[in-house]
Design a protein around this ligand. Structure first.
Ligand code: BMA
Length: 344
């Protein structure tokens, strides 16, 4: 029995209850914000910090929700702290000290902090993989650590060189190789989502373009990147991704959906037209970086359909929004555009 299987079974009764092709349901109706948002802030922390946001998330075998939170100290550098809760909403038990700090032995890779952890249970290794952004003088890069208990970590160090970020492993091998979704940051031709492959989790190649940022007035026109780790459904891999639009007042970060082929996840089958979550409330609009919703962690309830997105709001606090995986897949079927890398 895996500790955390993210494979979603088909559930026809749920399918029947949600929007059908042709429905005019908005993408923004798919997620419900928790009324007590933000559920975690710097004020909850047992030591002085500036901000708590962008957590990785996992449901442990004992039912506990574990968040590996990005915590920004008062020097501006981030580390990770574990917060645990029985109901995933209240009564968080927060590690009294930072749980994972930048690795000084790999300096300068992580010299300015570690950010945005994405957690996946690797059944083959019987451990969780934490893929995160290391931030240093050469720009962001992708680092990997393995853990059983979120107390001790085996650090594999930098696995993708700068500039690269927004990365997560797929939970199992695809045609014999580990697969990593990530977002290189080139100087030319835009910031798009790619996938790379590896035999040993350390050396990555066979880089393949998965989805491009759109252009012009689209909500995801300036750049895109992975949000949470992929969600495996009978229809394919549901990809929650963030899209950024530049405006005269700065960037707006929103979240949308795409569906990748089950057997060949480098093939994008569907891409949603509208975003499903964007900055709307005060805690999403006002903060250190205004107009940001940024999700890199989710958990799935016992019904195998209800998904909880734990997301960062305005790079300041941590909020929760809940939805149905089946409804998101059905919405994509009725609200998508043909994918010629989706740049139309
Ligand atoms: C992205 C990441 C996130 C951050 C977002 C908005 O590039 O660095 O950690 O939340 O920008 O500032």
């Amino acid at each position: 029995m895996p500790k955390t299987s993210n494979k979603i079974p088909r559930n026809d009764s749920v399918t029947a209850a949600v929007a059908k092709p042709g429905s005019d349901q908005s993408g923004r109706a798919l997620l419900t914000r928790h009324p007590d948002n933000p559920i975690l802030t710097a004020a909850h922390w047992p030591y002085e910090v500036n901000a708590v946001f962008n957590p990785g998330a996992v449901r442990l075998p004992n039912g506990e929700t574990l968040l590996l939170c990005r915590v920004e100290d008062c020097a501006g550098h981030s580390h990770f702290s574990v917060a645990r809760s029985d109901n995933g909403v209240t009564d968080w038990r927060i590690d009294p000290e930072p749980t994972l700090v930048p690795d000084s032995t790999t300096s300068p890779t992580e010299e300015w902090g570690i950010e945005d952890p994405r957690i996946v249970w690797l059944e083959e290794l019987d451990r969780y993989a934490v893929v995160y952004t290391g931030y240093g003088r050469h720009g962001p890069s992708v680092s990997l650590a393995l853990t059983e208990d979120f107390k001790t970590f085996e650090r594999l160090g930098q696995v993708l060189p700068p500039e690269d970020k927004d990365a997560a492993l797929l939970p199992h091998r695809v045609t014999g190789r580990w697969a990593m979704i990530h977002r290189p940051v080139p100087n030319v031709d835009g910031k798009h989502i790619w996938m790379s492959f590896s035999d040993d989790l350390q050396h990555w190649g066979k880089r393949t373009l998965v989805l491009k940022a759109r252009r012009g007035g689209w909500w995801d026109a300036t750049k895109i990147g992975l949000s949470t780790p992929l969600i495996e459904t009978p229809e394919g891999w549901l990809m929650v991704y963030h899209g950024v639009r530049s405006t005269v007042s700065g960037s707006v970060y929103r979240i949308g959906l795409a569906l990748l082929d089950a057997d060949d996840p480098t093939r994008c089958l569907l891409r949603g037209t509208e975003w499903i979550l964007g900055p709307q409330t005060d805690y999403e609009r006002i903060g250190d970086v205004p107009n940001i919703v940024f999700a890199n962690g989710y958990t799935i309830d016992d019904d195998r359909d209800t998904v909880r997105f734990y997301y960062g709001a305005a790079d300041t606090s941590l909020a929760l929004a809940t939805g149905s995986i089946r409804a998101m897949v059905d919405w994509l079927v009725s609200h998508s555009v043909p994918v010629d890398f989706g740049t139309a």
